[in-house]
Design a protein around this ligand. Structure first.
Ligand code: TXD
Length: 319
């Protein structure tokens, strides 16, 4: 069977890490793309030179020409600028929207059959704009945020309870921002809902609430520590899990920014929900029932995403 082709549009902190992880997992041949000539080529050569040590046979190349993305099976988009301390993800909207327009045109021209995973922030608005600019089917354009936010949530819970991350399953709904909705009722430790963990006295309500807030602030905490950029190891690992579920038709149920066409009472919006990801892309949106408090938090998150989408429409009227 011919090797798959994975194209990475943006070869910065996350892009380079994506390439390294995709190579280590031997997911296919890899093309790193960037507008800064030299960076994709240098990182491709460096990761190729790790192949003899690790034993992967991926062909890894770097380019600044869109035609080199031709026929890509998976495209992961990190092109744009990350935030600096004191900046919100929303502050990146105007500059990164222009980047999505260029990237969307390149994808439409050279890889219209690809499964596209958007990472660029503000994520929910950027993935919505990328789908519009590229014209690809809505099930083939998805945003990575929920896997990262849920992974942060799992890490904090496992760390607090001193249990393996393998036995903690967390759920985050809504936009990738301060209004994200970590769902304690649907998050479990070995199947025990976190709400029961509190009732059992294994964790106090205050500790759980603090973990929920730290999850919301997860990105800003790292930006504040790094000062020169944002998180990239966990974001890259999260996107690779989504790409792998598509490439291997694993049908994983993952939280991701997906196009809603009536689900959750929403139409035409991208927001973080549970999605089945397989060879058909975003194959199924799973509608979970929400209690009034969860619904209120979700509605607030959706409103902030729709506000960003409205801002995109004002900047780019053709959207
Ligand atoms: O969960 C999530 N979705 C977030 C997303 C998690 C972490 C970071 N998040 C966002 O990803 C972040 O706010 C940024 O918007 C993107 C990429 O973050 P990264 O840390 O990789 O940024 P870098 O290192 O600056 O890399 C961006 C690259 C850089 O090499 C630029 O030269 C390139 O993007 N770039 C472009 N490539 C192609 N085309 C254009 N127009 C372009 N402009 C910049």
């Amino acid at each position: 069977m011919a090797r798959k082709k994975i194209a990475l549009i943006g070869s910065g902190q996350i892009g380079g890490t994506l390439a390294h992880l995709a190579a280590l997992k031997d997911l296919g041949d890899i093309v790193l793309f960037d507008i800064v000539d030299g960076v994709p080529q240098g990182k491709a050569l460096d990761i190729s030179q790790a192949a003899p040590v690790e034993g992967y046979d991926a062909k890894i190349t770097g380019t600044s020409k869109y035609e080199d993305l031709k026929g890509a099976d998976v495209i992961i988009v990190t092109a744009g600028v990350p935030r600096k301390p004191g900046m919100s993800r929303d502050d990146l909207l105007e500059i990164n929207l222009k980047v999505m327009e260029q990237v969307g045109a390149g994808i439409a021209k050279y890889a219209p059959k690809a499964f596209v995973i958007c990472i660029t922030n503000p994520l929910d608005a950027m993935v919505w704009a990328l789908q519009k600019f590229s014209g690809l089917p809505t099930n083939m354009v998805i945003g990575m945020a929920g896997v990262l936010d849920s992974s942060r949530f799992v890490h904090f819970i496992a760390d607090e309870l001193k249990v393996s991350v393998e036995d903690v399953n967390a759920f985050v709904l809504g936009g990738h921002g301060d209004t994200m909705v970590p769902l304690t009722r649907y998050s479990t430790v070995a199947g025990i809902p976190l709400t029961d963990i509190v009732k059992m006295g294994w964790m106090s309500k205050e500790t759980l609430d603090a973990i929920v807030q730290r999850t919301r602030d997860g990105g800003a905490e790292i930006v504040g520590l790094l000062k020169t950029g944002s998180a990239f190891y966990a974001p890259a690992a999260s996107a690779i899990a989504m790409a792998e579920s598509y490439l291997k038709d694993k049908k994983r149920v993952l939280p991701a920014a997906a196009y809603l066409d009536g689900q959750y009472g929403l139409k035409g919006t991208y927001v973080g929900v549970p999605v089945v990801i397989g060879a058909g892309g975003a194959e199924k949106i799973i509608e979970i029932s929400l209690n009034s408090a969860e619904q209120k938090a979700f509605d607030k998150s959706v409103a902030s995403v729709e506000g960003l989408i409205e801002a995109c429409k004002k900047i780019a009227p053709k959207l």
